[in-house]
Every structure is written in structure tokens, then in C-alpha cells.
Design a protein around this ligand. Structure first.
Ligand code: NDP
Length: 339
């Protein structure tokens, strides 16, 4: 079977491609430029089952259709969307690519006969109500919805809010598309929390500045300096990128997952915990990692999460922080050393 992966050069997408190839799928990755196609090819050692195509504009259904129709895919993983907080114009830079991109990939899925399933990489941002503040008594599940609307993203006072609105509006647009038309495929929505974890060897960023947004959160903690304070926790829910990729592959193979929404989350965390675990598993860099108030936990002061439905339906088991940070943190210090 052939699976399309949009935004193939992205942090999570690269792991999805590795997992798909391992499971024997043929993969067609879409990227914005030829040089990004080369990078993805190199990451997967020019695997014979991997093809890359350039789609410059992810909001153009016609561009997708032209390049994807000849590939006869049976499924699509849609990961391409901006995830950064340095947008100058929230509507142009975040809302439009996320929201129009979300439906632009559904048009070719409707046109190409063999497509049976589309998996959208949405987010915990589509679930979480940031404006409600800390809610220690609240347990978020995939049945919760962020209250943010499109206009909240356009008028947001900060980029994280605009990003959360872009993801929420994009997911809503996709479900509306599915409701309005009689289609030959179904949709699965995956909602990952902050995704941490190692880069595949050839896809490591060259500089710290190029780090993807979620791993940058880890870097901001572990590079703070031994005697500095641990920065305040922002994310506070996480999953390992390899488990997130596994969930994408499983979402293709489980028929009853169709029409469902799944929270991808190992657990809540706090930055003191990231620092403590990183110091323990990467002692070589202990002089860089803040000691802070070792052992202090504020894990459940924000809210709780329950992803047991995901574990049940998709059969996911989550890696722990030790595994995740043990593989990621040395890579981050290497990137810094070699930049
Ligand atoms: P990356 O930033 O590593 O990858 C993003 C991908 O999307 C890249 O291929 C990028 O292409 C493409 N992209 C971004 N903006 C545009 C645009 N305006 N037009 C066309 N392509 C664009 O992000 P992640 O791998 O972390 O995220 C992948 C998906 O997962 C996103 O949809 C994100 O919202 C979602 N997600 C991520 C989480 C995380 O913690 N990492 C958590 C929850 C959801 P290019 O390199 O050319 O810019």
C-alpha cells in the first residue's frame, strides 16, 4: 500500500516515514523544496520504497492532486502545518496554512479513487482550554475541545494562542468537510501533546536555532546552567516521537479507528522533572543542567490527562522520560558543540 506523508521533512514526519518503511509501506513524501526532498531521501538511505514530490503551496488542492494522483495512494498522513511562535502575521503565517491546508489535502483524497483513510495530525492544542488556567481537578481526554475560534487566532495577543487557534480551527474545518460530503474515505484525528525525542541521524538540525518547537522546550531547560533556576513549566504534557509515529502507523491499520479522535500523551510533566531525569541519564552534561529544587514535582498542579482510549484502540504503549531524554539530550548538546 502507498501512503502519502505531507511535510515529510518535519520532526514527527521523519519518524512516521521510518516507521512506515519498516512496516513495508510505500511512502510518498511531500516537501516544499527539492533540497528538503534530498534531505529526507538521505535520512532514509534512499530507500527504494520512498518517493518525494514537491508541493510548494499546502493550501492548493490542485497542486496536491496533480502530483498525488499518479501515485495511487490508499492513505494520507497530513502533518504539514506551521508549528512555531515567530509568526509576524498570525493569519498569513499560522491560520491560513493550517486551516486551508487541512481541507486542501482532503480534496485530492476525495478525487483519487483508492484513498480509504486520511489521518490528520492535530494537537492537544485542539483539546486544551488554556484560558481556563490551572485546573488540578480536570482530566482532559479526546472528548474535550478547545474553545478557540478562527478569529481568536487572528486577533491573538501572542503566538502560542494563535498557534492553538490554528490547530483547533484546522481540525474543525476537516470534520466539517467530512460531514458535508459523501466520501470514499474516513478521517482519523490524532492529537499529540508536546512531542519530545531524538532526531533520526541525518535529519538532526545543524544549529540550536533550527530546533523544532517542542524539542526546544527541552533545550531551554537542560541548557539553563547547573546553578540556575529551572524555568517555569510550559508544555506540561508530553509523548515520545517514536510512540507518536507508531500511533500514526497504527491509525492506518485499525479499521474501527475511523471517524475517531485520539489523544497522544504519555503523561503530564514539570520542568524540574525534565532536569532531574536529564541529569540522571546524561551525567556527562550534568554541569549544564540546572539542579533547581531536585525532586520537587508540580506535575498535577496544572491538570490531568487520560489517553487510555488511545492505548485501547490503537494498542499504544508509551516510552518513559528516561528513554526519551536519554536519547535526545546528548543530541542537543552535540548540535550545540558542532554548530
Ligand atoms: P516541524 O516544524 O518539524 O515540521 C513542520 C512541517 O510542516 C515541515 O515539513 C514544514 O515544512 C511544514 N510546514 C510548516 N509550515 C508550512 C507552511 N506554511 N507551508 C507548507 N509547509 C509548512 O513540526 P513537527 O514535526 O513538530 O509537527 C508536525 C505536525 O505535528 C504539525 O502539524 C504540528 O502542528 C503537529 N504537532 C506537533 C507537536 C510537537 O510537539 N512537535 C505537538 C502536537 C501537534 P518546511 O520545513 O518547509 O517549513
Amino acid at each position: 500500500a502507498t501512503v502519502v506523508v505531507t511535510g515529510a521533512n518535519g520532526f514527527i514526519a521523519q519518524h512516521c516515514i521510518a516507521a512506515l518503511l519498516k512496516h513495508g509501506y510505500h511512502v510518498v513524501g511531500t516537501v516544499r523544496t527539492a533540497s528538503k526532498a534530498d534531505l529526507v531521501r538521505k535520512t532514509h538511505s534512499s530507500h527504494p520504497s520512498l518517493a518525494l514530490v514537491v508541493v510548494e503551496d499546502i493550501t492548493s488542492a490542485q497542486s496536491y492532486l496533480a502530483v498525488l494522483r499518479p501515485m495511487s495512494p490508499s492513505a494520507i498522513l497530513h502533518l504539514a502545518a506551521p508549528f512555531h511562535y515567530n509568526a509576524a502575521d498570525f493569519e498569513q503565517d499560522l491560520m491560513i496554512p493550517a486551516v486551508r491546508g487541512s481541507t486542501a489535502i482532503l480534496e485530492p483524497a476525495a478525487e483519487i479513487k483508492g484513498v480509504r483513510r486520511v489521518v490528520h495530525t492535530n494537537s492537544f492544542a485542539c483539546i486544551y482550554d488554556a484560558a481556563a488556567g490551572p485546573r488540578p481537578d480536570k482530566t482532559y481526554t479526546a472528548r474535550d475541545w478547545s474553545p478557540l475560534m478562527y478569529r481568536d487566532g487572528v486577533q491573538a495577543s501572542n503566538a502560542p494562542t494563535a498557534y492553538r487557534a490554528s490547530k483547533t480551527a484546522a481540525e474543525k474545518a476537516a470534520w466539517s468537510f467530512m460531514e458535508e460530503r459523501k466520501l470514499g474515505f474516513d478521517l482519523v484525528s490524532l492529537c499529540p501533546s508536546m512531542v519530545f525525542g531524538p532526531f533520526l541521524p541525518e535529519s538532526k538540525p545543524k544549529t540550536i536555532e533550527e530546533l523544532n518547537t517542542s524539542n526546544l522546550l527541552v533545550w531551554s531547560v537542560v541548557s539553563a546552567g547547573q546553578s540556575s533556576a529551572v524555568p517555569p513549566t510550559k508544555g506540561p504534557v508530553w509523548a515520545d516521537v517514536r510512540d507518536v509515529a507508531d500511533a500514526h502507523v497504527r491509525a492506518l491499520g485499525v479499521p474501527e479507528a475511523g471517524g475517531g479522535r485520539y489523544l497522544l500523551c504519555k503523561d503530564v510533566y514539570c520542568n524540574q522533572e525534565l532536569a532531574d531525569v536529564s541529569r540522571r541519564v546524561t551525567s556527562k552534561y550534568a554541569d549544564r543542567i540546572p539542579v533547581g529544587e531536585e525532586g520537587r514535582r508540580e506535575r498535577h498542579t496544572h491538570f490531568g490527562v487520560d489517553a487510555s482510549e488511545t492505548e485501547r484502540v490503537l494498542g499504544i504503549r508509551w516510552r518513559g522520560l528516561e528513554d526519551c531524554l536519554g536519547d535526545l539530550v546528548p543530541q542537543l548538546f552535540e548540535i550545540e558543540r558542532n554548530q
